[in-house]
Design a binder for this molecule. Sequence first.
Ligand code: SF4
Length: 366
Amino acid sequence: MANLDSILKRALSFQRLDDGVLLNLLEIGGDEETRNIIEAADIYNRKINSDKVSYVVNRNINFTNICGLNCKFCGYKRTEKSKDSFLLDYDAILEKIREGKDKIGIDEICVTGGIYPALKPDYYFNLIKTVRDNFSDLHIHAFSPQEIYELSKATEKSYRAVILKLIDMGLDSMPGTAAEILAEDTRKKICPEKISAPVWVEIIKTAHKIGLKTSATVLFGHIETSLDLVSHLSLLRQIQDETRGFTEFIALPFVPFKTSLAKKIDLMPARNRIFRFYAVSRLYLDNFKNIQTSWPKIGTDAAVKSLFCGVNDFGGTLMEENITKSAGGKFGEYLSETQIKDFIRKAGKLAVRRDTLYNPVYEKKL
Ligand code: SF4
């Protein structure tokens, strides 16, 4: 691209890049151009986050793998009849939290699951209430816009009323998952039964306007086009302009191995493509302070390298990770706080423990 230098200079003086430029940055092919984009994203990140790299001490809790939807990128869902299907009761969930508290001092739980049609709304509301009643100081990061939609349908209440009730029960924030790709044609091909892009946007904006923060995600490296990615990132930036409700952007590379999409796409995106996408996202999403890497999907070696591509957050300890593992991910499900700090420090960066909302947390004695 003839004017790549001037585009990168503009980005580094915090002038907004438009969607046409984003498309060019996504499609540019040469190694040298890719290196220049990554270098610019690294400088951009240092300007706004210095050498700090944050992480969260958390536990994932997947309450069920039974799901009535059929997303083609998913290796996690099971039916009620599957031998390895499960639904956790509240005692099992509380036990997992206790273990997380006792063993590693978790600050957050991230609660997600399949869309199990037989599960009554009260299961969701009482799950949050039970956790809150037992752990007053734990940050509960739970459910996605898809679950808000299902709860709204089942209770015949508005999205706003459902979210307010969950907050009343003790919900603190929500994962911005189920976004996948916010471009209707491709979305219908990979997750035909999921909420549409406009519904996802409506629920996220409703949450933000109530004051509930969410993350922002994208699933990339499957059948999406560059134009789809432009639509997706553009929507996220518009929402953030309007609400300031996103805490971070998490770009999730597609892990195909045990999914039905593997017939079409049987490899993960190449490392350089992942790094460039992180970098381009960093430069374009000028109203996001935080860009998170995804060590369970790309491995710790690549996650460390991504800290030089515009990324400033290492993600969490997780303790367990079932979704990427079920799709054939091979990079494990738990990193101790010490391991994460070592990875960050070996990269020459300053490790900062944070809470879900990116406030610093002082390390606790267990
Ligand atoms: S991605 Fe989630 S909603 Fe889609 S099939 Fe898998 S578990 Fe169900």
